[in-house]
Design a binder for this molecule. Structure first.
Ligand code: GLN
Length: 549
């Protein structure tokens, strides 16, 4: 029986960081814009069962799905481009594959057989690849293989692709190989040899790529395309140029121009349907390229050396900026460097302050100081997860006068534990996959800023944390002006806090950044950027009138 879905594999060669995730998301976008149903999954060849336990310096942000999977940040791109949620099944690691196989072996499922990479590991890889296709919900399943062809770790995946091609045939399955065509300035030439070698290595492992997407800083031209095609056994039209773009959101259009989707459809025997409907995408891009206003927003975090650590937050600001006809310049502020002496200078000119999520003690006092600055100077503020918890601590220390207020994450025996471990976390000993994860409902109180921002009472947002607001202090906070405007209806947990006397001050225990997409910018980011814009205009007016006066 032939499989109901068509499978497209995206592999990488020559170098890492060529943007397989963006190419996969862009192709998916084009197919979706032609009316096809598409999903994308990512296979990561490392041994961690999921990236949840990885330090952001290792692997960038950990992205959380609706069903609570801690996943690779590429899944964020998939959701932002396609506007459809991903799930646990969309991100698989070598660790997860091995865990399943070893559990089966312990159960005795292999009936005395020797358990080996081929066929047992490769079978499990193939099963996971087909899992999404077998739901019958998708006409295309795009599978991105992390790493680079030639890595030891990638071998079982390449072998699984080789077997699948044999099983499914070339009409149901194809391979796109993303490579680099470096430019040698001294020679003034683009060089194709590394790509030839990469394809040769791929061939040694039994796979002939069908399409080559070539990352390049300069135009390839037909002669070079022909040459690459000739040496790598693909026809000229299957050599796709992928020039560096100023924004990742340009890439679907570049791929459209290069006819990547058309080549894919032709090879897989699928009708072209209509021209891709990219109207709303183009509208978004137009807004992105020519904003009427501009604001500077400070992001206070401790992983700022690596921008990927806050990928979804940065992208959410791009979506919210377009919605506000405004370009959002982000100023990255290291929380360890914020202190009484530096704060005036490093926060100068900010129209909004976001305090980022995080774990552990490092940089915590800088975050708290940043929040005090935003609160006292009426600067729009958004605190996410740890950022919200710090806002609670700051308010307790400086407004409620609880000088020893802290989170028990940082100071286990503090006298005023305004943030403490959730009841359900108290018996948890394993670190992996054990936080409060995924989507939870929240109800927003009428007459609050949060209600105005969301425009509705019932919302659902994604979580990733162990600690929470300590309800023993709730009355004291409420009486002094920090309002719990969003509450989890089942558990009574405080999910949103705000300060009613401040123009725009919101802390959220959840992560709104995971749900912002091009088609659906997140209301909290849209509201926050709007407030920042307002702040900058009022500020400009008052400094103007001061200088006139
Ligand atoms: N460290 C905090 C907790 O576990 C916040 C987590 C976060 O910011 N994602 O509750």
């Amino acid at each position: 029986m032939s499989s109901p879905a068509k499978y497209i594999f995206v592999t990488g060669g020559v170098a890492s960081s060529l943007g397989k995730g963006i190419i996969s998301a862009s192709l998916a976008k084009l197919l979706q814009a032609r009316g096809y149903s598409v999903t994308i999954q990512k296979f990561d060849p490392y041994i961690n069962v999921d990236p949840g336990t990885l330090n952001p310096y290792e692997h960038g942000e950990c992205y959380v799905t609706e069903d609570g999977a801690e996943t690779d940040l590429d899944l964020g791109h998939y959701e932002r481009f396609l506007n459809i949620p991903t799930s646990q099944a969309n991100n698989v690691t070598t660790g997860a594959i091995y865990q399943t196989v070893i559990n089966k072996e312990r159960r005795g499922d292999y009936l005395g057989k020797t358990v080996q990479i081929i066929p047992h590991i490769t079978d499990e890889i193939k099963r996971r690849i087909k899992l999404l296709g077998d739901t019958g919900r998708y006409e295309f399943v795009i599978t991105e293989i992390g790493g680079t062809v030639g890595d030891i770790e990638s071998l079982p995946y390449i072998e699984a692709i080789r077997q699948l091609r044999l099983e499914l045939g070339s009409i149901d399955c194809l391979v796109i190989h993303l490579t680099l065509i470096p430019y040698l300035t001294a020679a003034g030439e683009l060089k194709t040899k590394p790509t030839q070698h990469s394809v040769k290595m791929f061939l040694e492992q039994g796979v002939q790529p069908d399409i080559l997407v070539c990352r390049t800083e300069h135009e390839l031209g037909n002669d070079l395309k022909r040459k690459i095609g000739l040496f790598c056994n693909v026809n000229e039209e299957s050599v796709i140029e992928s020039r560096d773009a100023s924004s990742i959101y340009d890439v679907p259009l570049l791929m459209d121009k290069e006819k990547l989707d058309q080549v894919v459809l032709k090879k897989l025997g699928m009708p072209f349907n209509n021209e891709p409907d990219l109207e709303s995408w183009n509208k978004f891009l137009k807004g992105l390229k020519s904003p009427s206003h501009s604001v500077v927003i400070g992001i206070v975090g401790k992983y700022i050396e690596l921008k990927d650590a806050y990928k979804s937050i940065a992208e959410s600001f791009i979506h919210a900026g377009v919605e506000n006809d405004c370009s959002v310049q982000l100023r990255w502020i290291h929380s360890e460097e914020v202190n009484e002496n530096s704060i005036e200078a490093s926060f100068e000119g900010l129209s909004g302050i976001l305090v980022a999520p995080g774990f552990g003690e490092r940089g915590i006092e800088g975050k708290i100081l940043a929040i005090k600055f935003a609160r006292e100077n009426n600067i729009p503020f958004l605190g996410i997860c740890l950022g919200m918890q710090c806002a609670v601590i700051e308010f307790a220390r400086n407004v409620l006068g609880l000088k020893d207020a802290h989170s028990t994450e940082m100071l286990a025996n503090t006298g005023s534990p305004v943030i403490h471990l959730q009841e359900s976390q108290k018996k948890v000993t394993n670190k992996g996959g054990t936080m409060r994860l995924g989507a939870y409902p929240c109800e927003i109180q009428e007459g609050t800023l949060a209600r105005k921002v969301y425009g509705k009472k019932a919302i659902s947002e994604r979580h990733r944390h162990r600690y929470e607001f300590n309800n023993a202090f709730l009355d004291e906070f409420r009486e002094n002006g920090m309002i719990p405007s969003g509450i989890n209806p089942d558990k009574g947990l405080v999910e949103i806090v705000e300060i009613s006397t401040h123009p725009w001050f919101i802390g959220v225990q959840f992560h709104p950044e995971y749900k912002s997409t091009v088609d659906n910018p997140h209301p909290l980011f849209v509201g926050f950027v709007g407030a920042a814009l307002n702040h900058s205009e009022v500020h400009a007016l008052s400094t103007n009138s001061q200088s006139i006066g």
